[in-house]
Design a protein around this ligand. Structure first.
Ligand code: C2G
Length: 451
């Protein structure tokens, strides 16, 4: 008897799951299905799982393909199960290709082609639907978005768009996703929502078009170069009743919120100063360095350093100064932002051509918070006091590279989560656009028609 085993969460059970189980059963005579526990999903970094385990098991059972259902609750269990049950074949969808090759030493490993185009209309008519996301722009960040989305329950990445045919084709080959390069409307027709990861100067127009077509938008930063631009997009999103979110990933990382809460708890007294630095030396041929108008340090990393200032001191400031070191093309390889608030002050430093210590320091009248690099993912921070031995350490949960948390928030918002968008409000995003506008005026030396 040939025994086959497969595993999954099987949340919001859909035809992709059904077809996987059907083909898994056809690989042998006896199919064992491992359904993950909430605890294991949390440990492996899967976020947003909706259905409780009993329901997920029930849905697998209903298919009639499983001869035996087990629960998976810890790392290393796959090897244990293969040995315990005398399994001949381990199988899983092609979204995991390569990931489970190590099991080849115990049994045969088969990756079955995953089902593309899961449409929400064919799903049960529940309130919570699978969100079909299309990616605009197929550059460096798009593959990261794809691999992180795998850990977010309730999304399906359906297709991508890139007007440049060569890039579109290369991406399609690499990811097996259909990529549109000519017809933007056709692309929009395939999805409920878009993730905008195209060059900076295109974010506004893509966001506008997508919102006007009734699509939810998650846009890479900066959403807009001007206050008026950001305001008009949020207004438009409200009119069309769609979700608009700016992808400042730090805002959605669980540890960042905790750090802000600790800062505001009174532990460090009255908050007086925020210093944030984010530098990453860029490839000299990259867009960040080459594109003097829409590249550079501030447009790349400015949102990260503005975020803690705006969170802690608010949107109203008294004075703002922004200054840069420019390269021979006029691009800012390093920018320093200084903001004076009524009750405090803040500095932000960003660089694509200058390297510095990537710390975040929040200083108060009783103590301070020190979050070392990479504070923008907020995996660790400390509260320190006058007594140097008095240190409180915080190690918040963090998995992957942080994108899964913003994707998860996006999906929850689309599915009508009642909680207000406190992680990054429209007002906060507009305040960032206002500072960005000041930076653009200073850098380019004129008021142009940026949006
Ligand atoms: N699947 C598919 N087509 C889809 C979606 C999912 O074929 N459109 C497959 C997955 O590849 C997996 C199974 O359906 O084989 C269950 O998917 P999930 O519930 O998303 O579980 P997953 O996170 O893939 O768990 O230990 C758990 C396993 O490692 C995989």
């Amino acid at each position: 008897m040939k025994k086959v085993i497969t595993y999954g969460t099987y949340d919001l059970f859909h035809e992709g799951h059904y077809r996987l189980l059907q083909r898994a059963k056809e690989l042998g005579d006896y199919l064992i299905v491992g359904v993950t526990t909430e605890h294991f999903d949390e440990a492996r970094g899967k976020v947003n799982v909706f259905d409780p385990i009993m329901k997920r098991i029930e849905n697998v059972k209903k298919t009639g393909f499983a001869d035996e259902i087990i629960v998976e609750d810890h790392d290393g269990q796959k090897v244990e199960d293969i040995q315990k049950y005398g399994v001949d074949i381990f199988t899983v969808g092609s979204d995991w290709t390569g990931h489970f090759d190590y099991l080849n030493q115990f049994c045969k490993v088969v990756y079955l082609e995953r089902t593309p185009d899961i449409s929400s209309t064919e799903l049960r008519a529940g309130r919570y639907q699978i969100v079909r996301i299309g990616i605009i722009g197929t550059g460096r960040i798009a593959p990261r978005f794809l691999s992180e989305a795998k850990y977010v329950s309730g999304v399906n990445i359906d297709c991508a768009y890139n007007p440049e045919k060569d890039s579109a084709e290369a991406f399609s080959k690499k990811t097996e996703l259909p990529v549109y390069s000519e017809n933007f409307d056709e692309f929009l027709n395939e999805v409920d929502a878009v993730y905008i990861a195209s060059p900076n100067e295109t974010h506004y127009d893509y966001a506008k078009k997508a919102i006007e077509s009734g699509k939810h938008v998650l846009s890479e930063k900066p959403l807009s170069f001007t206050k008026a631009g950001a305001e008009s997009l949020y207004r438009l999103a409200e009119e069309h009743q769609v979700v608009l979110m700016e992808a400042v990933k730090t805002a959605y990382c669980p540890g960042f919120q905790q750090m802000i809460n600790v800062a505001e708890s009174g532990k460090i007294g009255k908050i007086c100063d925020v210093e944030a630095c984010f530098t990453r030396l860029a490839n000299p041929n990259s867009r960040e360095v080459k594109d003097a108008k829409y590249g550079g340090s501030f447009l790349e990393f400015g949102s990260y350093v503005m975020l803690p200032m705006i969170k802690l001191f608010g949107k109203e400031y008294e004075k703002i100064e922004v200054d840069s070191i420019l390269d021979e093309n006029g691009n800012d390889i390093y920018t320093k932002l200084t903001v004076r608030y009524k009750d405090g002050m803040a500095t932000g430093k960003v660089g694509v051509g200058v390297k510095s210590e990537g710390n975040l320091i929040i200083s108060g009248t009783k103590g301070y918070i020190l979050a070392p690099s990479p504070w923008w993912l907020t995996k660790y921070f400390e509260v320190r006091y006058e007594n140097p031995n008095d240190i409180e350490e915080f190690r918040p949960r963090f998995m992957g590279d942080g994108l899964r948390y913003e994707i998860s928030e996006f999906v929850q918002k689309i599915n009508g989560s009642e909680s207000p968008s406190y992680k990054l409000t429209a007002g906060e995003a507009i305040a960032m656009a206002e500072i960005t506008e000041k930076f653009m005026e200073k850098k380019l030396g004129y008021k142009a028609d940026w949006k």
